[in-house]
Design a protein around this ligand. Structure first.
Ligand SMILES: [Zn+2]
Ligand SMILES: [Zn+2]
Length: 240
């Protein structure tokens, strides 16, 4: 699904699959944000890349929002094609060590442990441990560390044609008939930390996103500063 001039939804809820996958076109190729659940997302991603005539573009980078299988599960597949992978340091460690497949040692990644959630471990190329900027072709991408949903969750802010698109993973998504209901990242992770989550939500306040592109639910393609504030209040209320 083409959602703006440069951004595509390549897999996820609108296609009946878990974990939204986005593609961002740049001058020399395509950046992907997340890569879906192991195996099942690959045919959908490749179908949509072809459908929109993007198959001639090399995928140059894969930005992983966090280390849950519905978001990072196909990293090895893309890495073997030469795609550089970026993820938060703490989740990158778990993505690599998942080769041991021990849910007691790596409960974060295996929160929804079931055989079809197992994925091939891989080494993340760029591990982010503090707020930083990445330069990918013509884009300056701001990376914010937002621990809480998982300890290595990050948010990517990509400015395209003057608009700021926030790729928020499971830290924050939108649902409802007007995409006006926040989906918080407060569940589905055994290493969830409520205190860190609220601090991360507060970090997202007053940054004036022009869109919130979450890991689940619908892309919210309108100015969303009030939406983030609403989500932050909801998280604080849930915790009190
Ligand atoms: Zn998650
Ligand atoms: Zn998820």
């Amino acid at each position: 699904m083409k959602i703006t001039e440069k951004i595509y939804l390549l897999s996820g809820m609108s296609y009946g699959l878990l974990g939204n996958v986005y593609g961002i076109v740049h001058r020399d190729g395509l950046i992907m944000v997340d890569c879906g659940r192991p195996k099942e997302a690959i045919p959908m991603i490749e179908r949509n890349i072809k459908l929109w005539g993007l198959d001639g573009l090399p995928i140059t980078a894969l930005l992983i929002t966090h280390g849950h299988p519905d978001h990072c599960g196909n990293g090895k597949y893309f890495q073997q094609k030469g795609v550089k992978i970026i993820a938060g340091q703490k989740d990158a460690d778990q993505i690599l060590r998942l080769g041991d497949y021990d849910p007691n040692i790596f409960p974060c990644v295996l929160h929804d442990f079931e055989p079809d959630c197992l994925f091939e471990p891989y080494e993340t190329d760029i591990k982010v441990s503090e707020d930083t900027h990445l330069s990918i072709c013509e884009y300056d991408i701001e990376v914010l560390t937002t621990p809480g949903h998982t300890q290595g969750s990050v948010v990517y802010i990509v400015t395209i044609d003057g608009k700021r698109y926030f790729f928020t993973g499971d830290t924050l998504s939108a649902e409802g008939s007007r995409a006006h209901t926040p989906i918080l990242g407060t569940s589905a992770s055994v290493d969830y930390c409520g205190k860190s989550y609220i601090e991360s939500m507060q970090k997202l306040l007053n940054r004036y996103p022009d869109a919130i592109l979450g890991g689940h639910g619908f892309p919210r393609l309108v100015p969303s500063n009030a939406f983030v504030a609403q989500a932050c209040m909801k998280a604080m209320k849930e915790r009190s």
